[in-house]
Design a protein around this ligand. Structure first.
Ligand code: AHM
Ligand code: MG
Length: 327
C-alpha cells in the first residue's frame, strides 16, 4: 500500500505527517514539504513572540503604515520578518507576496514556488490579547525557474494554489492546512516545540447556526445583505464576531457557520484581500466541504489583477453561503 494511503493517527508529529503525505503531491520532490516545514518553523517563533507580547515592551505602533494605510503594529512587522527569513533561507520560494509589503519580494530565483502571506492578521486584536492568525497560500510558479519572475507567476487564481492554510494563535496554537487532499489540523505543544495532529480530515458542517459579521457597519451594507442578516436573526442563529478572520473562520469551520465581510458603502470591494486572506481560507473551506464566494462568484475563480486587491467575502458552511448568495 502507498504510504500516503495509510491514515496517520491522532498525535502524529507534523513532520512525520508531511513526510507520509509527500507522494500525494503531483510534483513530489519534497520541496513543498520543505516549504510547509519552513512555515511551521517560522510560526513557532512568531508564536513565542505573540505569547510574550504582553510581558515585554514589543507592543504598540511603530508609527509606519502598511499597504492598506493602516497603522502597522510591531508584531506584524516581526512576523513578516520571521516568515520572509524562513522562506528565504529554505530556497524553495522565488517570490513572496505579503500584506506588509507594497510589491512582492524576490527570494531565490531558482525557487519553484510563490507564497502569499498575511503574517499576522487581526492586528487590532494584538494589543488586547485576543486570538490572531497567519494566513498562507502556496503556488507553483508558471515560468521556468532561473528566469525572471513574470506577472503570471504572481497573479494566479486561488484555484491554482497547491497548498494553503493558517496558524491560529489562540488558547492553543493550531496549524491547519490543505494540499488539496482534505484538511488537517495540528495543535502546538509548546513544551516540546512541536505540532501534533489533533484534527484529522476536518469537515465543515454543511449547515450551521452561527453568523459572523461586523454588524456595526450594518448601515453601509446593501439591502440584500441586511435581508440575509434579518433571516439569520429570525431563525435564531447565534452572532459571533471576534474581528480576527482566522479565529472567526476556524470556529465556523468546526461548528458550522458563515463569515461575511461584504461590500460596504465606503468599500465597494469590502475590506479583505483576495491574495493573502481570502484565497487560502476559500481553499481550506472547499477542501473541508464548505464554500467561499464574493456573493456572485467562487472566490477561487477570481483572476487577481493586483497584489492587494480586495473582495467581498462569504465563507463557511456550504448551504449557508449558497443561501446568502441567493439573497
Ligand atoms: P487586518 O489585515 O488589518 O488585520 O484586517 C483584517 C481583519 C480581519 O481579521 C477581520 O475579520 C477584519 O479585519 C475585521 O474588520 P472590521 O474591524 O472592519 O470588522
Ligand atoms: Mg490581514
Amino acid at each position: 500500500m502507498e504510504e500516503s494511503r495509510i491514515a496517520e493517527p491522532i498525535g502524529s508529529a507534523l513532520d512525520r505527517f508531511i513526510k507520509s503525505k509527500q507522494n500525494q503531491f503531483a510534483y513530489a520532490s519534497g520541496e513543498l514539504s520543505q516549504l510547509l516545514r519552513d512555515i511551521a518553523l517560522a510560526s513557532k517563533v512568531v508564536n513565542r513572540e505573540v505569547n510574550k507580547a504582553g510581558l515585554i515592551d514589543i507592543m504598540g505602533s511603530l508609527g509606519s503604515l502598511n499597504t492598506g494605510g493602516e497603522q502597522q503594529q510591531k508584531l506584524d512587522v516581526l512576523a513578516n520578518i520571521r516568515f520572509s527569513r524562513a522562506l528565504m533561507k529554505g530556497g524553495e520560494a522565488c517570490a513572496l507576496i505579503s500584506e506588509e509589503s507594497e510589491s512582492y519580494l524576490d527570494l531565490n530565483n531558482d525557487g519553484k514556488y510563490v507564497i502569499a502571506i498575511d503574517p499576522l492578521d487581526g492586528s487590532s486584536n494584538i494589543d488586547v490579547n485576543v486570538s490572531i492568525g497567519t494566513i498562507f497560500s502556496i503556488y507553483r510558479r508558471k515560468s521556468k525557474p532561473g528566469t525572471p519572475i513574470q506577472q503570471e507567476d504572481i497573479l494566479q487564481k486561488g484555484s491554482e494554489q497547491v497548498a494553503a492554510g493558517y496558524i491560529l494563535y489562540g488558547s492553543s496554537t493550531m496549524l491547519v492546512y490543505t494540499t488539496g487532499h482534505g484538511v488537517n489540523g495540528f495543535t502546538y505543544e509548546p513544551t516540546l516545540g512541536e505540532y501534533f495532529l489533533s484534527h484529522p480530515n476536518m469537515r465543515q458542517p454543511i449547515n450551521g447556526k452561527i453568523f459572523s459579521v461586523n454588524e456595526g457597519s450594518y448601515k453601509s451594507f446593501s439591502q440584500s445583505v441586511r435581508n440575509y442578516l434579518h433571516f439569520c436573526k429570525d431563525e435564531g442563529y447565534t452572532g459571533r464576531y471576534i474581528g480576527s478572520l482566522v479565529a472567526d473562520f476556524h470556529r465556523n469551520l468546526l461548528k458550522g457557520g458563515i463569515y461575511i465581510y461584504p461590500a460596504t458603502a465606503k468599500d465597494p470591494n469590502g475590506k479583505l484581500r483576495l491574495m493573502y486572506e481570502c484565497n487560502a481560507l476559500a481553499f481550506v473551506a472547499e477542501q473541508a466541504g464548505g464554500k467561499a464566494s464574493n456573493g456572485k462568484e467562487r472566490i477561487l475563480d477570481i483572476q487577481p489583477t493586483s497584489l492587494h486587491q480586495r473582495t467581498p467575502f462569504y465563507v463557511g458552511s456550504k448551504n449557508m453561503v449558497e443561501l446568502a448568495e441567493q439573497y
